[in-house]
Design a protein around this ligand. Structure first.
Ligand SMILES: Nc1nc2c(ncn2[C@@H]2O[C@H](COP(=O)(O)OP(=O)(O)OP(=O)(O)O)[C@@H](O)[C@H]2O)c(=O)[nH]1
Ligand SMILES: [Mg+2]
Length: 229
């Protein structure tokens, strides 16, 4: 089931690489609401971003885990004029560790996730075949440590759903114990539902949240609001 973005208000009409940061000094000045994509290496972050932007190959993808070595910012404008920045985070272990175990690089990502003012939503990805693991739970918790003055929503997404037999989908979702959307970047499944969720999450603090239900969301407890901290 491929969602057709060509007529939808959320369909991306322009998308371009804005900046890449390997050090704090390289972080671009915020130009709009930021939506970051996080999860372990090879889970499909970059592929999902390409699918959301309707661009093949704008975000570099690879069969080799760990290919994304910088925080990459992509500026987008949707058909209805909304401007958002999609942010590709490298695969990373999010468990809280002692300072000595963390390098400068991990510090940068942690700083970004907790302090970046423009960050409104973190999409936490997990492979539909593996389910949610400790790392993803730790990441959700970590985002919850943001100062209350600048909360960010967490949207949990199961990737590569095309690789999970349909008969196993409901049990996978039921085991999560929290809401999750399902997507396939290769088949295009779930892209419209995810955009709808992202729109809702990014406009929530602006007093003009889209209140329409996420009709295509497949979830263990659909209808609940995503975790908002
Ligand atoms: N079947 C299938 N394969 C996918 C899907 N999404 C990504 N892949 C494949 O999974 C591999 C990794 O995808 P990436 O998008 O590069 O993953 P990533 O999370 O960005 O990886 P890192 O940048 O290394 O952290 C590539 O070979 C993709 O083609 C999907 O929805 N279905
Ligand atoms: Mg990547």
């Amino acid at each position: 089931m491929r969602d057709d973005p060509s007529r939808e208000p959320w369909g991306i009409v322009t998308a371009e690489f804005l900046a890449g940061a390997q050090r704090a000094a390289q972080l671009p000045e915020a130009v709009g609401t930021e939506i970051a994509f996080a999860g372990r290496s090879n889970v499909g972050k970059s592929s999902l971003m390409n699918a959301l932007m309707g661009r093949r190959g704008l975000v570099r993808t690879s069969g080799t885990p760990g290919c994304t070595r910088q925080i990459s910012f992509f500026q987008t404008r949707a058909r209805d004029g909304r401007e958002q920045v999609l942010v590709d985070l490298p695969g990373y272990g999010y468990a809280r560790r002692s300072k000595s175990e963390r390098d400068e690089w991990a510090d940068l990502i942690e700083w970004y996730l907790v302090e970046r003012e423009a960050l409104r939503v973190v999409v936490v990805l997990f492979d539909a075949r593996r389910g949610l693991e400790e790392e993803e739970a730790g990441l959700c918790e970590f985002i919850g440590t943001r100062p209350s003055a600048r909360p960010a929503s967490v949207v949990v997404v199961a990737t590569k759903i095309d690789k999970l037999p349909k008969s196993k989908r409901q049990s996978m979702l039921a085991k999560l114990g929290r809401r999750a959307l399902v997507v396939s970047a290769t088949e295009g499944e779930g892209i419209a539902a995810l955009w709808s969720e992202l729109r809702r999450a990014t406009t929530a603090g602006e007093g003009r949240a889209d209140s329409a239900p996420t009709s295509a969301s497949t979830s263990a407890d659909a209808g609940q609001t995503p975790v908002r901290r």
